[in-house]
Design a protein around this ligand. Sequence first.
Ligand code: SAM
Length: 350
Amino acid sequence: MASSAKLASFRLPPLPTIGEVIKLFNLRAEKQLSQNFLLDMKLTDKIVRKAGSLRGAHVCEVGPGPGGITRSILNAGAADLLVVEKDKRFIPGLQLLSEAAPGKVRIVHGDILTYNMDGVFPRNIAKPWEEDPPNLHIIGNLPFSVSTPLIIKWLENVANQTGPFAYGRTRLTLTFQKEVAERLTASTGSRQRSRLSIMAQYLCTVHSCFTIPGRAFIPKPEVDVGVVHFTPLVRPQIQQPFKLVEKVVRNVFQFRRKHCRKGIEMLFPEARRLELTETLMCEADVDPILRPTEITIPQFRALADAYAHLCAQEPNLLTYEFREELRLKRLGRLKGTSPGTLAGAPQLSL
Ligand code: SAM
């Protein structure tokens, strides 16, 4: 076996620096694509160390760009590195790296938001959900406009054990705009507590690793950057479908400065709002005058369970969306008709 001793001691041969690669392949950062590069290998090594041991690991790096983090992943002893990069200008530079680490790097020119990870890693690395995480990591420094929708998509994948989580509790080490990183990790009662805090923390252990000042990137972005590590929980703290949890959390946070009761009311059609909110709050045993930011995850669990219970009794509730009702009402007013008479309007009243 070429095996562990060799893997552990693997170092990339001398290569042009990332700065030189950028010059060599004329990789000017595209401002409209929010490209900001990390050239300092101490920093890229530090990000990669936060993923944990990569010795012999399978890794997917999202948005490798000129390859700074890619080099650190290879130097950390990864055995198999799949990089997914949307901008084809970076492919030749990544091929250079692939040649320097023969048999270790697979390059995909694609969009990580739509890329299907089913079957891209060997099945035999999968671990049962209840066991330790598999030796598979996702690492990346993506533009913020991509990392936020991506984490929401991946959290839904965690809930359903699909995509990268079909292999078990795959760990993620990703960068976000500092404010988003703070929301992801915010504890109960803190100013940054938001929908994202609940959705991430009910499914994962979420750690804020460190902050990278904007000046460390070339070109310098407007904001600082937070590195966040996620490990999916063996047992999610809320045992309801992701979409149902997302709906409850979204409604509660709709009026973040008001009592939580106000947002919860919006889960129900106007005619039955008070009655059903009363039933839900009683069953969940959550104080209606708490602010959304003060609600703990066990309390969100109680709210989601009580809402699921009500929906089981009256399935129409599940499809009710207050904003949709509002939209139809406005439309009805514009057309001088009532929402119920609009052609194709969903049945909203119960
Ligand atoms: N990781 C590199 C670094 O740290 O220097 C580059 C960081 S730059 C902020 C983001 C990279 O992600 C760029 O190379 C960009 O082309 C790539 N990217 C942007 N959107 C992407 C997407 N949807 N799928 C894959 N790559 C993407």
